[in-house]
Ligand binder design. Sequence first.
Ligand code: NAD
Length: 307
Amino acid sequence: MGHALALVYALGGHKVCITDSNLETLAGSKALMISALDLLSEGGEVAASWNHGKLSQSVTWCKTLEETLPGVDLVVEAISESLDAKRALYEKLDPLLNEDCVLASNTSGLDVFPVVPASLQKRTLMMHWYSPPYLCDLVDIAGGPYTDPKLVEEMVALVKSLGKEPVVFKKFVPGYVANRIQAAIRLEVFDLLDKGLVTPEDVDRSVIHGLALRIPILGVLAKSDFSGLPLVQKITANKSYTPPELKGNCTSLDRLLAEGNSGVRSGKGFFDWGEKNPEELFRERNKKLLKLKKTLREIKPMLGAPN
Ligand SMILES: NC(=O)c1ccc[n+]([C@@H]2O[C@H](COP(=O)([O-])OP(=O)(O)OC[C@H]3O[C@@H](n4cnc5c(N)ncnc54)[C@H](O)[C@@H]3O)[C@@H](O)[C@H]2O)c1
């Protein structure tokens, strides 16, 4: 996520300094940014003035935190999803930051506020992006118990200025909206797979040809308005749907991993991805996402009366 977020801020006209404790990852991040920039350029999603030279002028790759932090206004923390690692990093950041510098964590599911040093509490918030953030526009924003409310407003304005879609939470909820829904979908799908009721192909065909077609236009609640709320109330009251037990594992997934199948990067997961290089597959996915995004921009979702 780090390289992709650096690209988003650079494209938004900001000077960016990027670092990583793994210097190989840091070195590799430039090629990833270039590849993403090329995709956006080919798709006409960035101004024609954007090229590799401009990227190199906008981003500085720094080997240490000490090199990265002087003079920065915003730290985007996108390190590994471990509370201990985040705590250790925030402690290191604390003495190195300007007194007005904002700390934004990209954590997916950890409540980081209890491990933020007291002196940073007012200036810390969650700003959670979706992968790849140069294509996915949603940004979840949540302040902590001591976050300055004005800061939340400022970050909403910043996110909008990047052409993105902020959603503000009254307080941090692990998984926010989108990842909670995704977790519920996974729970259901894993249960169906483990019971042997459908194949992985059946699951994804059901999602793609049934659920997915409506969601981009109507979301979940506008879909209820179109179904008619009396029907939604009846279905809710029938309790015909019972969520599966929260087992904490999926046997079908465990089996795949035990066989060394970890997904696209290993060539096989729930599906066989053939001999194709994973980078090629990610690029193909991103190209399709970009096409879909353009189409959706044209169609526009139906959320209430048209403006
Ligand atoms: N991958 C996603 O789709 C996604 C989406 C939204 C949010 N997030 C969140 O963003 C964060 C990063 O996710 P990711 O998938 O990019 O993780 P990742 O494991 O791919 O990358 C984390 C990077 O952090 C570096 N790192 C670890 N400790 C560090 C330290 N102390 N200082 C500097 N660098 C350090 C690692 O070397 C690694 O390159 C996590 O909190 C994750 O939950 C991920």
